[in-house]
Structure formats: C-alpha cells, structure tokens
Design a protein around this ligand. Structure first.
Ligand code: 2AL
Length: 173
C-alpha cells in the first residue's frame, strides 16, 4: 500500500485499516484521519504518536489498559486481536508450558498491582525466554519512568504494525 492510496481513503476505510495500529484504540486512527494528507510512513506515524503524547496521564494509562496481557487469559480464550495473536505467537508466548504461564501470570499480576496498568512489551522484539526477566526488571522502576517506558513499547508495536500495513522496512526504531 502506498501513501497515495492511504491519502485517498475515506474515514471508514482508514479506520478499518489503521484502527488497531494502537491496540484496541480505533479512536486514535479516527483522529489521525483528519490530519491527512501524509507525506510518508514517518509522517503518518508521527500523528499517531503525537496523539498519545498529548493525552493526559489517565488517557495514556487507558491506552495501556487496552492491551491484553502477554500469555494471559485472552490468549488462552482465543480472543486476542489478529495482530496481538501474531505478535505473541511469533515470540513463542502461545506455546508456554503450564509452569512458564503461571510464572508470567504471577509477574503480570504483581506489575498490575504496582502500576495500575498491564505490562506492555513489543513482543516481536523479544521472545518467551526474555519476557519474565524484563518484567521483573521493570517491576522495580519508578511509576513515572515506567509509564514512559510502557508508552515507548506501545509506539514500537504501532511502528511495526504500520510498517506491516505499508509493506515498509521496520528496522528503524
Ligand atoms: C502485547 C501484544 O498483544 N502484542 C505485543 O507486542 N505486546 N501485549 C502486551 N501486554 O505487551
């Protein structure tokens, strides 16, 4: 898909295509549509990220809360979005043994209890072996720093999803 095609999309089509760039936050794509035309992928992405950055803390935390846990209940129930399913299975998180899943569930619960939002990590840039250690490391962060880190992960996920949609090279992070 090229930018000419993106810029020609009507509102409904744009939200259908880009509505899950930020997990389960189609409102962001809806707002970004008003900013067209976009010059390139980087420009389009800039508008998604600027929307996130301009939100009050409650809105930023809301975005994090729209993310399903890694190897969590939604994955077990088969109710992940197609993008999440692909990311989590690519990282090996859909084939954990019972012990590994339990360990992750416990760490996810501790993280949520400490920060009030779920642990978010760009799964495509990680793997099942690295996730528990990263979760434990971030459990020790200060809340303001952790909010920034988690939003950075949301942007990495969004960058990779946008690059997929536009068939672009996603190596620039
Ligand atoms: C996810 C997800 O669903 N995909 C991904 O990369 N990260 N969720 C999460 N809690 O980090």
């Amino acid at each position: 898909m090229n930018m000419e095609k993106v810029n020609s999309m009507d509102f409904g089509e744009f939200v259908d295509v880009f509505g899950n760039v930020i997990e389960r936050c189609p409102l962001i794509a809806a707002a970004v549509w008003s900013q067209r035309p976009f010059s390139d992928l980087e420009d389009l992405e800039k508008h998604f990220f600027a929307f996130i950055d301009a939100l009050p803390q409650s809105g930023q935390e809301g975005i994090l809360r729209c993310h399903p846990d890694l190897a969590g209940r939604e994955q077990q129930r088969g109710t992940l979005s197609a993008e999440s399913q692909r990311e989590q299975s690519g990282a090996g998180l859909t084939s954990l043994g019972a012990d590994e899943r339990q360990q992750l569930a416990k760490l996810n619960a501790q993280y949520r209890a400490r920060f009030g939002f779920p642990f978010v990590l760009a799964a495509r840039l990680s793997d099942r072996a690295a996730v528990p250690g990263e979760l434990e490391r971030r459990l020790h962060s200060q809340p303001a720093q952790e909010l920034r880190t988690a939003l950075g992960e949301v942007k990495k996920i969004g960058h990779l999803r946008l690059a997929d949609l536009l068939d672009a090279d996603s190596s620039r992070l």
